[in-house]
Every structure is written in structure tokens, then in C-alpha cells.
Design a protein. Structure first.
Length: 267
């Protein structure tokens, strides 16, 4: 078959044009600037003397010699989830990046863990004498860079909030559930299986067109092609392909993968 004539076919040219336009549109949305801060949170109740406890009258909790009603640990991962540089100065001055506990709660201890790079200079700053709020500051975060910090406080679980306004990104910071390692492995397997399926479909469709001599000889190719083009097989392949595509695009994946620079910070 004359490859140049095949490429010059108007139908092939139209198909390649559509593919090119689709790739150009996808590339635009993929590469356009996006400013975004993401965070993930895990919490654990270390000790609690709430009134519903069995030993509410006998149990007393002390932290560094002071009586407290509850001791909770909240671990945050904060990272640049966009594709542009983010600085602390990019946060709105009237709404900086802050950790806020309910009124009456107290931050007992805070620890800034490892950053993606030491030069990120991540830190927590307390505004005046307020002991239930802390401001998160950093010099800069490149895309997929971040840091970890832990608060030990007297609020209940799910009571601590991270808020702030990042200029040019009104939705930041965005909460993201961490994707378990087992789910990431399953997702990678499914992605490879789906890619392999579509590759087989593409080859099965293209080879008979590129090499028409295979349709005439040998005989086994005729039988294979006839079986492949039979209605039941075509319906089965279409159903599998449609199901795989829907699964990839609409499956509610239970979390977000941390950037590689933060994965070693997982507990």
C-alpha cells in the first residue's frame, strides 16, 4: 500500500486534524497557569475526659503539668498543588493562611516537620496573645513542594480549620484526602490495563488498513479478521471500552496523591 496516498486520503486527513485540535485544546488546559494550595489532615484523639466517659469523675488529664479536658493531635500536609510559584506574600493580608481552633481551645504544642526543601523556611507564628490561632508562613513553595506540621491542642477532632485567601486562587486552600498506597497501586494497574486495551483496539483497526495483503493471505488472518469483525465481538469490545472509559473518568477516587517530595513524610 502507498503510505503517502493513505496519508493523503481526505478521511485520514480529517481524522488527523480532529486529533490535532483535541490535543491542542487539552494541552492548553493542561499547561495554563494554575495557582492552588492543597492540604491534607489526619487527626488522633490522644486523651479525653468528656462527660460521657465511663470514668468522668475519676479521670484527670494533665499536659505539661496543666489540667486539660482533651488532648488531640492534628497533622497537616500543605503543598503547592498548582503550577506556579507561591509565596506567603501571595496570601491576602486580611486573610492569611491560618490554623483556627474553636474559642476556648488552646494550642498546647506545635511542631513544623520536614519541608520539601529547607529553603522553603516553613514556620508557624502566633498573633499576639491569642492561643487558639496560628499563622502559617513560608518563603516560597515551588509546584509540588510543601511541608508538614503538627498541632497538639485541646479541641475535639474535626474542630481545627485551615483557612486563608490566596490571591488569584479564591478556592485555596483546598482540602484533599490522601489516597492510600493500595488505591494508588490499583489505579496504576487499571490505567495500564485500559491503555493496553485501547492499544490493542488501535492496532486491530489499523493493521488491516495499512497492510491489506494480510486480508488475502494467509487464511488464518481471514478467519481472525472475520471473528474480530463479527457483531458479538464488536459489541463486547465496545461495551468493555465504554465501561473502562467511564470508570476512568467518573470513578470517585477516594483521595489525592501527595507530591513525591512529601511522600516520605507519611506516618
Amino acid at each position: 500500500m502507498d503510505i503517502l496516498a493513505w496519508i493523503g486520503d481526505s478521511r485520514v486527513g480529517g481524522l488527523l486534524s480532529i486529533i490535532g485540535i483535541a490535543l491542542a485544546v487539552a494541552s492548553y488546559f493542561w499547561r495554563r497557569q494554575k495557582t492552588l494550595l492543597r492540604y491534607a489532615l489526619t487527626e488522633a484523639s490522644i486523651a479525653s475526659a468528656h462527660k460521657e466517659g465511663r470514668f468522668k469523675d475519676e479521670l484527670e488529664i494533665y499536659f505539661q503539668g496543666k489540667p486539660v479536658p482533651t488532648v488531640t493531635s492534628s497533622v497537616f500536609w500543605v503543598w503547592n498543588g498548582g503550577n506556579t510559584l507561591v509565596r506567603s506574600s501571595d496570601m491576602a493580608s486580611l486573610d492569611p493562611l491560618m490554623v483556627i481552633l474553636p474559642q476556648g481551645s488552646t494550642i498546647l504544642r506545635f511542631t513544623v516537620g520536614t519541608s520539601s526543601r529547607p529553603v522553603n523556611n516553613s514556620r508557624l507564628v502566633f498573633p499576639g496573645d491569642i492561643n487558639h490561632e496560628a499563622i502559617l508562613e513560608f518563603d516560597f513553595l515551588e509546584p509540588n513542594e510543601g511541608f508538614l506540621f503538627e498541632l497538639v491542642h485541646t479541641a475535639a477532632r474535626n474542630a481545627v480549620k485551615l483557612r486563608g485567601t490566596l490571591i488569584n486562587s479564591p478556592q485555596s486552600p483546598v482540602f484533599s484526602r490522601l489516597m492510600p498506597a493500595s488505591t494508588r497501586r490499583d489505579f496504576r494497574r487499571l490505567r495500564w490495563v485500559t491503555a493496553g486495551l485501547f492499544a490493542v483496539l488501535a492496532l486491530g483497526t489499523a493493521i488491516p488498513q495499512i497492510f491489506p495483503q494480510l486480508q488475502a493471505n494467509p487464511e488464518w488472518w481471514k478467519e481472525l479478521t472475520a471473528a474480530y469483525l463479527s457483531a458479538p465481538v464488536q459489541y463486547l469490545i465496545a461495551a468493555i471500552s465504554a465501561a473502562a472509559a467511564l470508570l476512568i473518568f467518573f470513578w470517585p477516587w477516594p483521595g489525592t496523591k501527595l507530591p513525591s517530595s512529601l511522600e516520605d513524610m507519611l506516618p
